[in-house]
Design a protein around this ligand. Sequence first.
Ligand code: PEP
Ligand code: MN
Length: 344
Amino acid sequence: MIIHLKETVNTELAAQLAKQAQAQYFIREGQTILITSSSNKELPDFLREYTAEHFAMASDIQLASRTYQPATREVTINPGTSPAVATVEQAVKIGGSTNNTLMITGPCSIESWEQIVTCADMLKELGITTLRAGCFKPRTSPYSFQGLGMEGLKMLAQIREEYGFNIITEVRDATHVEAVIEHADIVQIGAKAMYDHGILRTCGEARKPVLLKRHFGATLQELVQAAEFVLSGGNEQVMLCERGIRTFETKTRFTLDLCGVSYLKEHINLPIILDTSHAMGYAYGVPDLTRACVAMGVDGLLIESHPNPKVAKSDAAQQLNLDEFRSLYRSVQSVAEAVGRKVV
Ligand code: PEP
Ligand code: MN
């Protein structure tokens, strides 16, 4: 159950009431919101005099449900708080009343200064403002490239300064979650980290947008419940990312769950970002899949691109080279237009 306390309830009393109700709580514009298990269908008597409004919910998909808040939540990326020198418009909005589809691109991993500058130059040329690159890579083998870590994060911070881009980079584990929150404009929680409650709760305390990737073995219910950890911490800027789930099929790396995307669009109030690169696993399939996703009217796309994918230190097979990306980018414009969307 979601309970909006009256604005006259002070924070001390709110904390006491939350404890008594065994509720998570956060404060939204001066109003305390309590969230208890969805198995509670009746407002407890002791809360009655302090409650402005309450919502009995069908499952523990609560804050993210369109039953609670029908409109897609608006996410504002970098509302001008960064010290970056703007060469492009920095604040980008998706969801809400916008019809924006956010284009996120860049390499799987930042590998060198030269590599990331080449990528950044392409984004600038195309007028794309959101650059991705992983520094802390969640690799399946301990012997593979693990990412440049803090060194990579510092390079991304420098790119942000010089180009004014919004940076998205991933958190792999709790050792660097604060550093990523500090330097990124969007914090990416990787698929394998989706179940890490330490990361989810820390991101819940942050006030930066979070892109939460679906674990390849997670149901939609589990994905959205993971998002509820962040939302109930008071960070209401969460985007969900479908990046393919594991099925019996082995010809492609994962299976992009577009039925799941339809479910999310219908029932969930969080913007949805589609990562076709990790789903497909092979560059040849990425452009077609991406156009299909744009036609579904999604809120964003995440596409891996690299100056020379053949020598990429991670995810080499799936990254588009920069000319392939340019061509894909051109082709999505008309698809977006046909469904009333604007690629930003
Ligand atoms: C990535 O974005 O490079 C990545 C590792 O993705 P995922 O967490 O979806 O595997
Ligand atoms: Mn990758």
